[in-house]
Structure formats: C-alpha cells, structure tokens
Design a protein around this ligand. Structure first.
Ligand code: 5GP
Ligand code: MG
Ligand code: MG
Length: 183
C-alpha cells in the first residue's frame, strides 16, 4: 500500500492538524482558568481520544493526572448501537475528584451521557466533558459538554484518533471517509 492510498479514501479534509492544535490551545486556556486551585484528573476514552489527550494535556500549563477508560458503542461499524459496555475501567478512585472526560467525538451522545452518569455515580466532585468534535444529533440529548472543539456536519469522519474498523487513526487531519470504503 502506498502512503497516499490512505488519503485517497477521503472525500474531503474537514479539519487540519494545525487547526486542531490551535483549537486545543484555546480549550487548554479555558480549562486552566476553570480549574485554578483544583486538582484535575483527565480521563481519556480509548481508543479514539488518544491523540486529543496527548495534545490537550501538553497544551495545559499545569499539573494533571491522566487515566483511561475503554467503552464500546460502535463495534466495527459506523452506527451507534446504543449499548455501552466498559471494556477497561479506571485505575483511579475518583471519589471527591474533579474529572474531565476527554472524547474524540460526540454523535448521538449516548456514550458520553452514559459515561458522565457513571462517573458522577462514583462520587466525583465534578465530571465535565471535553469533546474535540460534535455532530448535529448531539443537540438532541441532554449532555452538557463544556468544552467543544469543532461542530462538524453529519458525516462519518476518520483521522486524528478516529477510526473505521481500527484503521485511519494515524491520519494527521480529520476527513470524511469515502462511501466506497464501507459500502
Ligand atoms: P455516540 O454515542 O455519541 O453516538 O458516539 C460516540 C462514539 O462513536 C465516539 O466516541 C466515536 O468512537 C464513535 N463515533 C461517532 N461518530 C463517529 C465518526 O464520525 N467517526 C468515527 N470514526 N467514530 C465516530
Ligand atoms: Mg470515542
Ligand atoms: Mg471507533
């Protein structure tokens, strides 16, 4: 496979790596201001949020702790099943902690709604959400996402951590996957 084959599977680039980094700098400034004097535990949702986590925490000019969860909602397809299952739980006791969930994208909102409730139920002092991308359907659910990077159209996107059948996560930009790839 040629290196450029991966690019050929996109119909368009929606957000470039440079635009993502600039946006994460903005979000990091807001997070710093909002958590002054508080300890902060940043929870990345595997696997899609790996790139966002890595760049966001390095944009933060303060101490943070990091932990990870893995949940399943989509399997290998492109539609939400509505069923959320914990595949890997936190290693941290979050009782009394300020938690910031870092996600790649919020689509139906089912995953984050479930996850936020789950972490609140463990007695966290606060549970806020940072999602790099948000799709229009997310407006239909009552998930309060405090930090949003980009509002994007209702298309299936890949890159910067976002996969299709576990591929394309290593694309630097985020783009729309060409329908010929999955149809
Ligand atoms: P939700 O529960 O909000 O519908 O979906 C959340 C999860 O579905 C995201 O964390 C992500 O893993 C996956 N997802 C939703 N939309 C997309 C998309 O456009 N592309 C990819 N690659 N994953 C998506
Ligand atoms: Mg995800
Ligand atoms: Mg996925």
């Amino acid at each position: 496979m040629r290196a450029s084959d991966i690019q050929d599977d996109l119909t368009e680039v929606l957000v470039t790596e440079a635009e993502i980094h600039a946006k994460l700098d903005e979000l990091a400034d807001r997070i710093e201001a909002d958590y002054v004097g508080e300890e902060l535990l940043v929870v990345g949702v595997l696997r899609g949020a790996v790139m966002v986590m890595a760049d966001l925490v390095r944009a933060l000019d303060r101490h943070v702790e990091m932990d990870w969860m893995a949940v399943s909602s989509y399997g290998a397809g492109t539609k939400s099943s509505g069923v959320v299952k914990i595949l890997k739980d936190l290693d941290t006791d979050i009782s009394g902690r300020h938690v910031l969930i870092v996600e790649d994208i919020i689509d139906s909102g089912l995953t984050l709604d479930w996850l936020q409730r789950n972490l609140v139920g463990r007695g966290a002092a606060s549970v806020e959400i940072c999602a790099l991308f948000r799709k229009p359907d997310a407006a239909k659910v009552e998930v309060d996402v405090r930090y949003v990077g980009f509002d994007i159209p209702n298309a299936f996107v890949v890159g910067y951590g976002l996969d299709y059948a576990e591929k394309y996560r290593n694309l630097r930009d985020v783009g729309v996957l060409a329908p010929h790839v999955y149809s």
